[in-house]
Design a protein around this ligand. Structure first.
Ligand code: MG
Ligand code: ZN
Length: 235
């Protein structure tokens, strides 16, 4: 990771996290599809989405239409999902320092709440799409779509801007296509995987990261008046 020195106050900064493959150790929805889809239509949709030919709303809507899973089976699947071992400590650190923090996800409220609760992560602002159950079907709702945005179902930019001030140092941590839209509005972008590729290709500023311990270390170094030392996350 680049050791470029940033210094800013906790009050100045706002930190936003993507969920899948950033907080969660995998893409939770992507793993549901091969296991619980009633047909193979999701594969074609995924391809079109990855190629940027359709937005995530169309992709998610079509993919969930083919999923057959009961709430019980979904809960069971979600119980096996791991999160980044440093996230808990990072959230506590941000809370202590009263840094504005939110999760911006193109996944669904039920899934996120379930996983975060299971890992005892509390009091975190979470913005996502919404999910309802109808027997073995998942019914999606997209309350945060933006007409102008052709990428996101949950347009993360909307909630990123609503949760920051004009002069905020906006920090965004993500990994994928749904992070491209908000990353453009961030001052510091932590990028990995396809978000990293996008940043490189489009000459956007970014800091590469492997896991949230890198973000934790950066914030500890960068927030003024920090007294918590420099120990890396050992969990
Ligand atoms: Mg992601
Ligand atoms: Zn957007």
């Amino acid at each position: 990771m680049e050791k470029k020195l940033f210094k800013f106050s906790a009050a100045q900064c706002a930190v936003f996290f993507d969920f899948d493959n950033t907080i969660a150790s995998c893409d939770v929805l992507d793993n549901i599809l091969p296991l619980f889809s009633s047909n193979k239509h999701w594969i074609e949709l995924e391809k079109l989405w990855q190629e940027g030919k359709i937005g995530s709303l169309k992709c998610l809507y079509g993919q969930l239409k083919g999923v057959r899973i009961t709430k019980k089976a979904l809960n069971e699947y979600l119980s096996g999902i791991k999160i980044d071992p440093c996230f808990d400590r990072l959230v506590s650190f941000l809370k202590e320092r009263r840094v504005k923090t939110a999760v911006l996800s193109d996944n669904f409220d039920y899934i996120l709440k379930n996983i975060l609760k299971r890992h005892s992560i509390k009091g975190l602002k979470v913005y996502s799409n919404k999910l309802e159950f109808s027997k073995d079907r998942l019914i999606p709702q997209f309350p945060y779509q933006a007409k102008k945005c052709r990428i996101c179902a949950h347009c993360k930019t909307k909630n990123l801007l609503a949760n920051s001030f004009k002069n905020s140092i906006i920090i965004y941590v993500g990994d994928g296509r749904s992070d491209i839209c908000p990353a453009k509005y961030a001052d510091i972008v932590f990028a990995k995987d396809s978000l990293l590729e996008y940043c490189i290709k489009n000459k956007l500023n970014y800091l590469p990261y492997k896991n949230l311990n890198d973000v934790y270390g950066f914030l500890k170094r960068s927030l003024n008046g920090n007294k918590t030392g420099n120990k890396a996350c050992s969990k």
